[in-house]
Design a protein around this ligand. Structure first.
Ligand code: FRU
Length: 428
């Protein structure tokens, strides 16, 4: 539930109960995910003036639990020259940038300035001294410019050991992720490039690099979104697990692996500065194939449920596992038990629409089919190899998310089913 919204808006068809949606108008990627002073900050790609992509600016919302959000004014607005594309935010505790003070450290946003004519992209910064509410664009922007047409989506993190900032940024058309280092967020030194590797359809966007422990060993995870060419068609996010030596990322395997086997989880990245050191991921719950046609008017698009990302060994291979934060009783939660050799399914249905999750024993795949507003093929997982598993399923207005951490399965799908009057039916 979103506290500022009136009851009548909750009645609005497809407005989710717990998934984040913009109060009004268009949204795509999550940006600047950051925890500071008891609040999670969610900035997002936003058109403040309409329900289609355009006038790209950073919208802003805050939450203390990642489920209930308070909407704040547009944080960083586009101007006559640039759209404000995706990026990240940090708290500059030691005031390395000089934008604030040790008593009031600046929040610094690092984002892509996109020339409106599409000719050029470079990395800019802006800072806020009031916890992200108002922002000043740095006078000497850009801070990183390679003269490229496509060069975007910087994710910046702080590295304690070297007291420096690390930037992970995409060269979309080259299928490369570039790494840069800085001591003041203003001048950046190139470290290395990674790629092409794995899936190279469309272009590479919205990377994120972070460490995770498994069995006392630190591994590094690199997320790379690509569009089109995703696992389920259109937009999708792949991941690599490997080693980071402070300069170069070396993957353990060259296999293509996907964070989600559904069609609606794109451009997801993780929060900086989580208070308990957890890795919390949030994705844009849509797909560039049809994002602008989903049948809402006042607002468009929502985020996925927040998910904790961990590593687990499955079939002898270290895999990325997504576990959702419990959304509480405002959504419908159910389970489907699957066993090799036995078909089983579950359908969520209201008067007009349906979404079915089925285990197809002939192929061992989990398959999602839905009534949809354009032609739509079934969403199929990879074949399940374990003898049996339990799928935990979450339905909100207009979406379905399915998780089985024990087998490493995550599927995220928009739907046209609304909670009012909807029923779940099982078949086995
Ligand atoms: C990904 C993306 C980013 C870009 C933003 C523009 O969905 O294309 O690469 O920064 O959207 O809105």
């Amino acid at each position: 539930m979103q506290s500022h919204l009136s009851e009548s808006l909750f009645g609005e068809t497809f407005r989710p109960r717990v998934h984040f949606t913009p109060h009004r108008n268009w949204m795509n990627d999550p940006n600047g995910l950051l925890y500071y002073k008891g609040k999670y900050h969610l900035f997002f790609q936003h058109n403040p003036q309409g329900n289609l992509w355009g006038n790209m600016s950073w919208g802003h919302a805050v939450s203390s639990d990642l489920l209930h959000w308070e909407h704040l004014p547009v944080a960083i607005g586009c101007d006559e020259t640039y759209g404000i594309f995706s990026g990240s935010a940090v708290i500059d505790l030691k005031n390395s940038s000089g934008f604030g003070s040790l008593e009031n450290p600046p929040m610094v946003a690092i984002y892509t300035a996109h020339n409106h004519d599409g000719s050029h992209q470079s990395q800019h910064i802006a800072y806020s001294l009031d916890e992200g509410v108002t922002w000043t664009k740095y006078a000497d922007n850009p801070v990183l410019d390679l003269g490229m047409k496509d060069f975007r989506d910087p994710k910046v993190t702080y590295e304690e050991a070297t007291n420096t900032w690390l930037m992970t940024v995409a060269k979309p058309q080259d299928f490369k992720i570039s790494f840069f280092r800085s001591s003041d967020l203003k001048s950046w030194e190139h470290l290395s490039d990674f790629g092409p590797l794995g899936a190279t359809g469309g272009c590479w966007e919205c990377p994120d690099l972070f460490p995770l422990e498994i069995d006392g060993v630190t591994k590094w995870v690199l997320l790379v979104s690509l569009n089109p060419g995703g696992y389920s068609g259109g937009s999708g996010t792949q991941y690599f697990i490997g080693h980071w030596d402070g300069k170069t990322f070396t993957p353990d395997s060259t296999n293509t692996r996907w964070i989600d086997h559904g069609r609606d989880n794109y451009a997801g990245v993780t929060f900086n500065n989580h208070p308990e050191g957890k890795r919390i991921f949030l994705g844009w719950m849509s797909n560039w194939i049809y994002a602008d046609k989903y049948p809402t008017q006042l607002w468009r698009s929502s985020m996925t449920l927040p998910r904790e990302i961990t590593l687990r060994k499955l079939d002898g291979e270290i895999s990325l596992i997504s576990t959702p934060l419990d959304p509480g009783s405002e959504v419908v939660k159910t389970q489907l038990h699957i066993t090799q050799g036995a078909d089983s399914s579950l359908t969520f249905k209201d008067e007009k629409n349906f979404l079915t999750i089925a285990f197809d024993s002939a192929t061992s795949e989990v398959v999602i089919t839905r009534s949809w507003f354009i032609e739509d093929s079934p969403q199929r997982s990879l074949p399940i190899t374990s003898e049996s598993a339990t799928l935990s399923i979450y339905f909100d207005n207009g979406s379905c998310e399915l998780f089985s951490p024990e087998i490493g399965l995550t599927m995220t799908s928009l739907s046209l089913v609304t909670l009012d009057g909807a029923r779940v039916t099982h078949q086995s």
